[in-house]
Write a protein that binds this ligand. Structure first.
Ligand SMILES: Cc1cc2nc3c(=O)[nH]c(=O)nc-3n(C[C@H](O)[C@H](O)[C@H](O)COP(=O)(O)OP(=O)(O)OC[C@H]3O[C@@H](n4cnc5c(N)ncnc54)[C@H](O)[C@@H]3O)c2cc1C
Length: 258
């Protein structure tokens, strides 16, 4: 299928490219995309694929008085998982109400908010040829060591959807800007915040073409209208360079450039 990344990606940058659909579990040599909420797509990306709708499901595979075990397809989106957990009174997915993405992308990025993250209640992940236990997936901050396409994952959740946590996590979003973005540009360095460092070097609100370092939160790059790949890349590199010059800190990109 053809995907126009100017429409599909959350930052609304990119051209239209052929994307292979994986509708069965099989190996793929190239770059697998999810919902493209963490991607900046260049004019010459690698060979691309995404998961077919066969992997958009949530299945209860075991239930007892303490736990509910779910198998979820990696094409399932965060909002659907959040709503399922809410409807079935399950704890642990409250944070997914506010993070855009499909399960494959959430797992690969170990996506999270505050002290919550997607790997917390995970038991295992299936790739084309293996069932990997969580312990073998090398999860860390916004990172997962699995290099292959992930098709399904199994989670064990306690009962008790936490309305208070749900509300608190929604409030935690209030400092994030509206507008087309790919979420955080950089991972937060140890004991600091990338947004604070970029703000201190004076780049808040700085523009290149239609790309802008957000005036509200400096770790967000906003496509104000028709930003190009080069505009976005320029600002990312500029922020990295300025922060290094000023603080000697190497900011590590969270956005994935393909
Ligand atoms: C407004 C906004 C707010 C955000 N807030 C947060 C936040 O609070 N916390 C947070 O953690 N993130 C946040 N993000 C970033 C983004 O939501 C997450 O990184 C999310 O996990 C991306 O999922 P995706 O499906 O869009 O993945 P993509 O962006 O498409 O891909 C991300 C990575 O996942 C890999 N991938 C995708 N599918 C698979 C698969 N099936 N198997 C193997 N690898 C796969 C890709 O190859 C790529 O490396 C935000 C983004 C936006 C736009």
């Amino acid at each position: 299928m053809i995907i126009d990344f100017k429409k599909y990606s959350s930052v609304r940058i990119g051209e239209a490219f052929e994307v292979e659909v994986l509708d069965t579990k099989r190996e793929f040599e190239g770059f697998i995309i999810g919902g493209a909420n963490n991607l900046l797509v260049s004019p010459s990306p690698k060979k691309l694929a995404l998961l077919g709708k066969e992997f958009d499901f949530i299945e209860v595979i075991e239930q007892n008085s303490s736990f509910c075990t779910l198998k979820i397809g990696c094409a399932c989106n965060a909002k659907k998982i959040y709503l399922f957990a809410k409807e079935h009174n399950l704890a642990g997915f409250e944070f997914l109400g506010k993070i855009p993405g499909l399960l494959g992308g959430l797992l690969k990025m170990n996506a999270g908010l505050k002290e919550e993250n997607i790997s917390k209640n995970l038991l295992s992940i299936s790739t084309a040829d293996k069932e990997l236990l969580k312990e073998d997936c090398a999860f860390s901050y916004r990172c997962c060591g699995v290099k292959k396409v992930m098709f399904e994952a199994i989670f064990s959740l306690k009962y008790g959807f936490d309305e208070q946590k749900d509300e608190a996590l929604k409030q935690a979003r209030n400092n994030q800007p509206n507008g087309a973005s790919f979420g955080s540009i950089f991972k937060n360095p140890k004991d600091d915040f990338a947004g604070r460092l970029i703000e201190v070097v004076g780049l808040k609100g700085f523009k290149k073409g239609d790309a802008m370092i957000s005036k509200k939160h400096a770790n967000f790059l906003i496509n104000t209208k028709n930003a190009s790949f080069d505009d976005a890349l320029f600002l990312i590199e500029l922020a990295k360079k300025r922060v290094f010059e000023e603080f000697g800190i190497h900011l590590e990109k969270e956005v994935i450039i393909i």
